[in-house]
Design a protein around this ligand. Structure first.
Ligand code: NDP
Length: 381
């Protein structure tokens, strides 16, 4: 079991819930990082007394340095500072709860420093799955999924013989607009898209859930974590978010993991694996549930899911491009510069027009495909 963690993105939804788990089980926190929320970071630093904290924003870091001058905590800034946090020498596990592809280099740095990873930052695997999984293997570190679906699959697989997996069944809540058709989504507001039925999460992943890009990213994430092809991964809409995902084995037995929708269960499992410790979450009372429903996804309305599947089949840099396009498009939508349905169009345009079919790719290829995609879209809007 993990005893010392560095939490990258500690001020976000996953980051704060990770600290709940650390608080409950007395896990030592050695480093904390944020983008610019220094009020919360200072509070966390005073409670957990890490060796270091880092803020991406230089101005905010200078302010935090002054605020923490009565402590022994070192204050770093910038991308390099976050990488230092990922390599902090005394921690054994790095929890990567950064949002977006900004999490990729810290992930690689943590692996290179021999740290185990509790990975929430799915964009790391979508953009750089091949190099991340290779580095994990070469360094012999462990990668524990935090995403609830992938944690569910990981939990279901415990005790299954190698080679017995036939299919992964990823469940999806369907997001804010389940059941709607394209014409009904033409003018939806940012506020409406941010209303997730079951989970309280950061803004980007909530929009990704509304477009179902999130499930597309998760299909790609699952392909790397469980060594599956696109056709081995089913997506099933399950509105209640009680079954967090399932596996189907070669004999057609289906194993599911159930629980109340609370991220502290998968976060804790990633930190305490293989132990099962008491959790601050509510017990699941099946008699309170009137119904568990399942539907096929609507690929015509929620086109991001189909685009991600296509990017996965094309391989190479296509998932990197899909991810970068989505990050920019979501930002443009939240700034009300494009409409909701434009998110899928932006991602689709980039994937369809991308012509680099190389399968063997390097970190430099990934970083430059990410940068170029962002540049192209920003030029248009
Ligand atoms: P949030 O937006 O709530 O938090 C993101 C964290 O990352 C914050 O600490 C933020 O700092 C920091 N951050 C933002 N931008 C950068 C950057 N460019 N460089 C470094 N740090 C940055 O996100 P979530 O917690 O919702 O999601 C985090 C990751 O976990 C995502 O990849 C998401 O897909 C995944 N995930 C989230 C789930 C959830 O329930 N929330 C469920 C499953 C997966 P600041 O606060 O200062 O902005």
């Amino acid at each position: 079991m993990t005893t010392k963690i560095a939490v990258l993105g500690s001020t976000g939804s996953i980051g704060t819930q990770t600290l709940d788990v650390a608080r409950m089980h007395g896990i030592k926190v050695t480093a904390l990082t944020a983008n610019r929320n220094i009020e919360l970071l200072e509070k966390q630093a005073r409670e957990f007394s890490p060796d270091m904290v880092c803020v991406l924003d230089t101005g905010a870091a200078a302010q935090l340095k002054i605020a923490l001058k009565d402590t022994n905590i070192d204050v770093y800034c910038g991308e390099q500072g976050i990488i230092e946090a990922a390599c902090e020498k005394s921690c054994d596990t790095v929890v990567n709860a950064i949002v977006g592809v900004a999490g990729l280099l810290p992930t690689l740095a943590a692996i290179d420093a021999g740290k185990n990873l509790a990975l929430a930052n799915k964009e790391t695997l979508v953009a750089g799955g091949s190099i991340v999984m290779r580095a994990v293997k070469e360094k012999g570190v462990k990668l524990y999924p935090v995403d609830s679906e992938h944690s569910a699959i990981f939990q279901c697989l415990q005790g299954c013989p190698e080679g017995s997996l036939k299919k992964v069944i990823l469940t999806a809540s369907g997001g804010a607009f389940f059941g709607k058709k394209r014409w009904e989504l033409e003018n939806v507001s940012v506020k409406k898209a941010l209303q997730h039925p079951n989970w309280n999460m950061g803004a980007k992943i909530t929009i990704d859930s509304a477009t179902m890009m999130n499930k597309g990213l998760e299909v790609i994430e699952a392909s790397w974590l469980f060594d599956c092809r696109d056709e081995d991964i089913d997506v099933l809409i399950h509105r209640e978010s009680i079954i967090h995902s399932m596996i189907q084995l070669k004999d057609n037995a289906v194993i599911a993991q159930l629980g109340v929708p609370d991220m502290r269960i998968p976060i804790q499992y990633a930190l305490t694996y293989p132990e099962r410790l008491p959790s601050p979450t509510k017990e699941l009372d099946l008699t309170e549930l009137t119904n568990l429903t399942f539907y096929k996804p609507d690929y015509d309305t929620f086109q991001c899911l189909a685009i991600c599947r296509k990017a996965l089949r094309k391989g190479g840099l296509y998932p990197t491009v899909a991810n970068a396009a989505n990050e920019v498009a979501v930002d443009l939508f939240m700034k009300e510069k494009i409409k909701f349905l434009d998110i899928a169009s932006v991602v689709s345009d980039e994937v369809e027009s991308f012509g680099d079919d190389r399968k063997e790719i390097t970190l430099d290829d990934i970083l430059s495909a990410d940068k170029e995609t962002r540049r192209r879209i920003k030029e248009k809007y």
